[in-house]
Design a protein around this ligand. Structure first.
Ligand code: ADE
Ligand code: ZN
Length: 326
């Protein structure tokens, strides 16, 4: 359609994308075969048909289990190359990519293997596809703060390959404050900071308050529940914090696309962006996320352009590179 073509053609940045969440069933089968790993399903179609998430935890179980097929640096290279090829085809010019090292080191895959494969894919894609991408290391919030701290230390030899740190996985019972010391140390090491804030109801506003006031993040992943609290919206605007929202993901793991919150915040001048989160599981890359929100909220071209512009505006790019996109 005209809308789809317009959205695909817009130069965009993608700022909330878990590389492990881009593992399409076809690649999962190919990697399983290469590594001699047995899968419970017998075809990519069967895997896809089995996806029926109704909560974050039901998604996370499948997401972590699938990672068994990621073993060698080449596996991580192929995973990231597939994503970057798809993103470039949708006119993503710049991507900040989350990776979950603890989900791999905890099953015996060395940190170096993970980051080595990913980094090589980013370098090659910049040369071959003209897409610039950087890495953000996420800590798993359902692991201990000590485990996060030792992962932070493990990352320091690769400091130049990592823009910042994030916090993902199961938010319930794992507030931002649990990781205050880890994030303070990360900032000292020169990392930029972001955290997921996306829990349903209970605790969500307190988590958003903590990331703004106590952790003092540079960005918030999701964060659209702030819409319900004028004082949180005011703090987000005052600090110029961007939000990385994920409409299609919301449709699976929280209560609906959250178009009222996302568009409401955009209209109040918050720097909202649209992103795909875990596209292989939720069934939509970044362009499909723009299309979904445009359809459910009746967005016009002006708002779509603003969303795309915000994505470069809040990206962790140097001044010179940002200018080139704005
Ligand atoms: N890790 C990967 N995808 C995630 C999501 N949508 N929420 C929290 N943690 C995640
Ligand atoms: Zn996410």
């Amino acid at each position: 359609s005209d809308l789809q073509d317009f959205i695909t053609g817009l130069p965009k940045a993608e700022l909330h994308l878990h590389i492990e969440g881009t593992l399409e069933p076809e690649l999962k089968f190919a990697l399983a075969q290469r590594n001699g790993i047995e899968l419970e399903h017998s075809s990519a179609e069967e895997v896809r048909a089995s996806y029926d998430f109704d909560s974050l935890s039901s998604f996370l179980t499948v997401y972590y289990d699938s990672m068994r097929v990621l073993v060698t640096a080449d596996d991580f290279y192929d995973l990231a190359t597939a994503y970057l090829t798809k993103a470039a085809s949708q006119h993503v010019r710049y991507a900040e990519i989350f990776f979950d090292p603890q989900a791999h080191t905890s099953r015996g895959v060395p940190f170096e293997t993970v980051i080595g494969g990913l980094r090589r894919a980013l370098v090659d894609a910049r040369r071959d596809l003209g897409i610039h991408a950087e890495l953000i290391m996420c800590f798993l919030r359902d692991f201990t703060a000590e485990h996060a701290m030792s992962t932070l230390m493990e990352s320091l030899p690769y400091r130049d390959w990592i823009l910042g740190v994030g916090l993902d996985s199961d938010e319930r019972g794992n507030p931002p404050a649990k990781f205050a010391a880890v994030f303070a140390r990360a900032r000292q090491e020169g990392y930029l900071l972001t955290m997921h804030c996306d829990i349903d109801q209970e605790g969500t506003h307190e988590h958003i308050r903590q990331v703004i006031e106590d952790i003092r993040v540079d960005r918030i992943d999701h964060g659209s529940n702030a819409f319900e609290r004028p004082e949180l919206v005011a703090a987000i605007k005052e600090r110029g914090l961007g939000l990385t929202c994920c409409p299609i993901s919301n449709g699976w793991v929280v209560d609906g696309v959250k178009e009222t919150e996302i568009v409401g915040l955009l209209e109040q001048g918050v720097k909202v962006t649209l992103n795909s989160d875990d596209p292989a599981y939720f069934g939509g890359y970044v362009a499909e996320n723009y299309v979904r929100l445009a359809e459910v909220a009746g967005l016009g071209r002006e708002q779509l352009v603003l969303l795309a512009r915000n994505s470069f505006d809040i990206a962790w790019l140097s001044g010179r590179e940002r200018e080139q996109y704005l």
